[in-house]
Ligand binder design. Sequence first.
Ligand SMILES: [Zn+2]
Length: 348
Amino acid sequence: MNPRMLVTARESRGLSQKELAEMAGVPSGTLSKAENGLTDLTEDRLVAIARVLDYPRHMLDWPDPIYTPQSSGFYHRKQQSLPQKALNKAHASVNLLRIRLSRLSEGVTITPRFPMPALASDDDDQTPESIAQRVRHIWALPSGPVDNMIAVLEAAGAFVVRRDLGSPRISAISLRISGDRPLFVLNEGMPPDRERFSLAHELGHLVMHEFLPPQGEREADRFASEFLMPSDDIRPHLYGLDLRLAARLKPYWKTSMASIIRKANTLEVITPTRYKSLIVQMAQRGMNKVEPVDLPREEPTVIDAIVDVHRRSHGYTEQQLAHLSGLLEDEYRVEFATPTLGGLRVVR
Ligand SMILES: [Zn+2]
């Protein structure tokens, strides 16, 4: 048993040490020592713990490293008010997801079309905007809107997944560990424009910040705004901006009305007074909570393709794939199975 894996498995289920000890019938002192690597647990107790946690027993032996938010390369887009316990649960889930994906992708070669660059934002001549431009250039993106943000990240070798991160106060978590594909985890339940902005924000961290500087969140937002709406391309669209025009621009740029209005303010195409007035108008109509104009949702494809290679070319059963990914079969099916109906993929 790997003590760090035991802690991570427990936290991923949102259980305290005391709760798990009680549910599994293990003295809490014994569990505490086991989690700190000071004592071993009998096989009976490990089986009981795995049963409570709904994981296969062997998963507690995984030797893989666990990364903390203090490690370099671990970022999240969240509200300040998120309780620590919820944050621990989300981080534990993302760690396990990273390990699962790296195990699942062993033996399957999918070569990225573009590199994932590392361009430090503390370089003298660089701004988040100029770095966003360089990434667009390296990835050969045409001018104008980014057609499909998830496809762009997957082409650069990243995994993108949508998962329940346990609290609506988290938008996304990203992880860049050397030797692994970068991982972007989107929280469920966000509108597509917010998903795209969150992904672009996380991309900003991955590209610019080996360690997060104090102004890092602001820099990631500036990067995202420029990546999705290059200033030179969008400026001519913003003259005379009102809510009606913002609603018309939204499906073209695939960004929220709010971010289009902020962009017009940043570029000084509208006056600060006009900007404030538009924000107030949005709030009066409840658009600061739910915006009008729905965008199509983007879907990841790389993980499905990897699972498909295992099933079709390597002859893996669902049971074997569940084992490989350290999940019981039911959960594996929810997380990774892609049922097909008449050749059409069913989108959950
Ligand atoms: Zn951030």
